[in-house]
Design a protein around this ligand. Structure first.
Ligand code: DX5
Ligand code: ZN
Length: 241
């Protein structure tokens, strides 16, 4: 499979964190993302929820578009029938768009549609297509989609809220998906999302994900910069003296 800059950036950064912005100070989102940039974080994770696919109603494309940032915009669509909404999130500047296999009868068509769209920040950067699974969805649901995606995101919480506990059977699911990715021979990024804290990050990193989504453990309302630094140091070893 031909690689492209956005996918290469993820591969080079792995293992790394993608920081969820739901518990950031949304009234000062620009400042919050600038804070992340200073820590060496490379991805910001936008949890888009429509209140139908999962209980919460959160943000839409205007919030994704609101802030220009060098961080990669990692958009997690927890919405019913994402197909028709893909263009608005691409236009908003998404670098990664992850749809849920459970959210449409046509996940394969949605991935095919994404393959025809180009990155609004920089067409040469490319657009990473992600497929997410809820904790209760069998891994087999991925099999017809692995040839048409560049990222798999396993939820370690039931979607809807930050601050939940990591569901432990996710470890076995990560191993199963890693095996299936290896079998494809394609460069597919493996992500895990939900329930990742400073005190369980090392253990979860040992399960082998490339991208680890963490929200409330960074934007905890107290010390987001220190949290981000500490989590990056856990993944790559202390860099700041
Ligand atoms: C599921 C979302 C997650 C969640 C992560 O609700 O997809 O990204 O916000 O939040 P924490 O890291 O607080 O579990
Ligand atoms: Zn998410």
């Amino acid at each position: 499979m031909a690689s492209f800059p956005a996918l290469q950036m993820l591969r080079q950064a792995a293992p790394t964190i993608s920081v969820g912005m739901l518990t950031a100070d949304l009234a000062h989102l620009g400042d919050e993302l600038a804070l992340l940039e200073r820590t060496g974080v490379q991805l910001v994770h936008y949890d888009v929820m429509d209140g139908r696919f999962c209980p919460m109603l959160t943000v839409g494309a205007p919030i994704v578009a609101a802030v220009n940032t060098p961080l990669l915009k990692d958009v997690h669509l927890m919405i019913e029938e994402p197909l028709d909404r893909l263009p608005e999130f691409v236009k908003a500047g998404a670098d990664i768009i992850t749809i849920h296999a459970e959210s449409t009868r046509h996940p394969h068509r949605a991935l095919q549609a994404l393959a025809t769209m180009s990155n609004a920040n920089d067409p040469d950067r490319g657009l990473v297509r992600g497929v997410a699974l809820n904790p209760g969805t069998p891994i087999d649901a991925l099999d017809p989609l692995l040839a048409d995606c560049e990222l798999v995101l396993l939820l370690a919480v039931n979607p809807g809220w930050g601050g939940q506990s990591f569901i432990e059977h996710t470890a076995a699911r990560l191993a199963q998906v890693r095996e299936r990715i290896t079998h494809t021979g394609r460069d597919i990024i493996l992500g895990v999302d939900g329930g990742v804290k400073r005190d369980n990050l090392a253990r979860i990193a040992a399960m082998g994900p490339d991208v680890i989504v963490t929200g409330s453990a960074v934007f905890d309302g107290k010390q987001p910069e220190a949290n981000a630094h500490a989590m990056l140091d856990t993944l790559r070893g202390p860099t700041t003296p």
